[in-house]
Design a protein around this ligand. Structure first.
Ligand code: IPE
Ligand code: IPE
Ligand code: MG
Length: 241
């Protein structure tokens, strides 16, 4: 497996909108859930490719606050897949040194899934090799709204002075408060939109929209995208010197 030549050239935090599972399955004449299963299998390989490519943080979009609009069959199939995924991957997360976190609103998820999420977070909390964040029932607007509610509560109860609210204060209320901002956001399946993913955090991220459907996203494709990132010039509003 090839490594990126220079450490500083690669993104430290990569976020992925794993899209195209449904189309992948339809192309094969199979039900959509078959595509989700194939997509879930891909995640392990991508997580395992992170250390060799100096990716310290990987954040993946698994289910959005808008995905409840899908059929009951698909939603139930996905929820069951998430439960099975956590149980199945637990041992591998420990073996690979993966620290797992979830972002998104957990309230709407069923109790059994929430318990599995809490347990895997606790079990992997001291792992430091790769930080995997799974966005589940996540929406950027929902996250900012929930953050604002808690911030307003702190103001109302005298714990926070409105004068102190700035760009440093607000992100402390976001689900991602322990994470650095993503350097690179990848979306598979050819759709060039962000679909409510990491709205605040991606203000200066680089974007890659690639045609590959998520179940076909191999570590080779991943490495190619990472190499492309190394050729970009990030200016953060400054001028080229
Ligand atoms: C992404 O694949 C996975 C989820 C949104 C859960 P899709 O299910 O959106 O696949 P397409 O976009 O319909 O092909
Ligand atoms: C975004 O994909 C959400 C996930 C990948 C989990 P969608 O397939 O839900 O997004 P839209 O509907 O194409 O914008
Ligand atoms: Mg989609």
């Amino acid at each position: 497996m090839s490594k990126l030549d220079k450490k500083q050239d690669g993104p430290r935090h990569v976020a992925i909108i794993m899209d195209g599972n449904g189309r992948w399955a339809t192309q094969k004449g199979r039900p959509r859930i078959f595509g989700h299963q194939a997509g879930a299998k891909r995640v392990r390989e991508i997580v395992e490719a992170c250390p060799d490519n100096n990716v310290k943080y990987l954040t993946i979009f698994a289910f959005s606050t808008e995905n409840w609009k899908r059929t009951q069959t698909e939603v139930a199939g996905l929820m069951s897949l998430f439960r099975r995924y956590i149980i199945k991957e637990a041992e591998n997360f420990m073996k690979e040194g993966v620290c797992v976190r979830f972002i998104g609103d957990r309230i709407k998820l069923d109790k059994k899934l929430r318990k599995l999420m809490d347990d895997i977070e606790e079990m992997t909390a001291n792992n430091t090799r790769t930080n995997l964040t799974i966005a589940l029932n996540y929406g950027g607007r929902d996250e900012v709204a929930r953050a604002t509610k808690r911030l307003a509560e702190d103001v109302a109860e005298g714990r926070l002075n409105p004068k102190d609210v700035d760009e440093e204060t607000l992100p402390r209320y976001l689900d991602t408060y322990v994470l650095p901002d993503p350097d690179l956001v990848i979306r598979t399946s050819g759709e060039a939109r962000i679909s409510n993913f990491l709205l605040w955090q991606s203000a200066y991220a680089e974007y890659e929209f690639i045609e590959t459907l998520w179940p076909d996203f191999t570590p080779d494709v991943f490495e190619k995208v990472l190499k492309g990132y190394g050729t970009r010039d990030r200016r953060f509003g400054g001028a080229l010197v």
